[in-house]
Design a protein around this ligand. Sequence first.
Ligand SMILES: Cc1cc2nc3c(=O)[nH]c(=O)nc-3n(C[C@H](O)[C@H](O)[C@H](O)COP(=O)(O)OP(=O)(O)OC[C@H]3O[C@@H](n4cnc5c(N)ncnc54)[C@H](O)[C@@H]3O)c2cc1C
Length: 503
Amino acid sequence: MARRFFASPRLIAFAVLVLLLLTVGRPVLHLVSTAWHDADERQVAPPGTVDDASRLNRTRVAEIVDVDRERAEEQLAELLDRARRDGLGVSIAGARHSMGGHSIHPDGITINMLPFDAMELDAARGLLRVGSGALWSDVIPFLDAAGWSVAVMQSNKSFTVGGSLSVNCHGWQYGRPPIASTVESFRLMKADGAVVRCSRTENPELFSLALGGYGLFGIILEVDLRVVPNRPYRLTTDVVPATEALATYHERVGGAAGTAMVYARMNVDPDHFLDDVILSVLVEEDGPVEGLPPLSEQGLVGLRRTIFRGSAESDYGKKLRWTAETQLSSPGGETVFSRNQLLNEPVEVYANRSADSTDILHEYFVPEASIAGFIDGLRRIIPEEGGNLLNVTVRHIEEDTDTFLRYADRPMLSLVMLFHQERTDAGEAAMEKLTRRLIDAALAAGGRHYLPYRLHATPEQFHRAYPMAREFFRRKREHDPDGLFRNQFHTKYGGADVGSQED
Ligand SMILES: Cc1cc2nc3c(=O)[nH]c(=O)nc-3n(C[C@H](O)[C@H](O)[C@H](O)COP(=O)(O)OP(=O)(O)OC[C@H]3O[C@@H](n4cnc5c(N)ncnc54)[C@H](O)[C@@H]3O)c2cc1C
């Protein structure tokens, strides 16, 4: 009896240890191994070459010219003159987070806009005057110090104002069209070196062409952006089956006046692929902004990165990440954040640093009525093509009435997807095939793909998605008859052969 009495706590301790090892040991081992292998193997592009965020576009260029902030206009006008005389193409680069060579032209001149980053706030009018090379990571603290915030931007802060305007970015700000809607005016250096102001009343055609114009109509200089007050937002999260997500979303945003930001994240665990959704809704709080904690860098960066990177090449890692995200999102729980804190997220936290692989973004815009059918298509196509999906978020975008080459020609839901791929020809070929099938699915759903990513769409798909593109490129030739502003997006979809088909 006595022996049994003493043996049983040992047995219990052993059982607890086994249970602990099973529940804690595997995740700990997985995370430690991920962190151990997470070395930064990225190489700096050799002198005379440039690349972009895809790390698949290393290209030789004739020159890389940093804008001289003090004499930018004179310098750039001279540069355009020289490029014309020497027959060189000119491409414009911000933070180079586009992924299809949109900021690159082979053997041309690349203008680095980053030094062009001055800022001035006109608080009385709620306008920020900002150089197009400024990064959101500089703009956010500048505005925060004065109690203001960016009205529309991406979900990360690592981009320039000029690059954001030129793709007409959007974010998870609820009830908002893309960023063009927040632009009061900007100054544009045209191909002939002349500088004009563009707004809805001054040079309105150039306003609508250069916003979302991928650097093909001129160099955007200073921008007057409408800004909004920084406010406290209360977060509510729900974890629901995908079939209930739209109803929950409408219930949440319908029931709360002052919904400010919304996004949904879907489960990418292959055993529950796109079956569940974490819905995050942020509603503006009453009360002063003064009580909010000061702007800080995001916390737990190392752990968040390791959990994310650990999901890249491991189905177990994907499960673990979903568990962590659903637990951390504290279903039913609520927390208050400042708007600026929510915008203050760098892309670096999750960036792929491996020499062998890269992560590639896709985005598809689909009207709400066809989203369920589109997601059914994703559930089928992505596994069939062996796509390794790391992340998918869903956002809502209002109709864009400002830009010419517009993706939101009516209110849209957008699916932003991050895929993992090998940096090999086989990896490229597989991604191209997958992308073309997904674009066809988006087109069949009455939607289209977003343009700043890989140029895998065929010209035929591109023109079906953007029927106004032929006219866009015709006007490009009118405004830039020597074809000075060039990049790989233009070469693929707006080149002379594409032009000749339309005439
Ligand atoms: C991790 C990641 C997350 C992203 N998230 C989002 C998101 O949430 N929402 C979204 O909408 N997009 C998103 N994007 C896409 C992003 O908005 C675009 O790639 C954007 O262009 C990045 O800005 P950039 O400064 O890197 O521009 P670049 O890549 O440097 O340039 C993009 C285009 O703008 C042109 N350009 C740049 N500066 C100027 C200028 N001053 N004058 C004229 N033309 C100019 C370039 O020639 C080029 O054609 C994301 C991209 C990545 C890599």
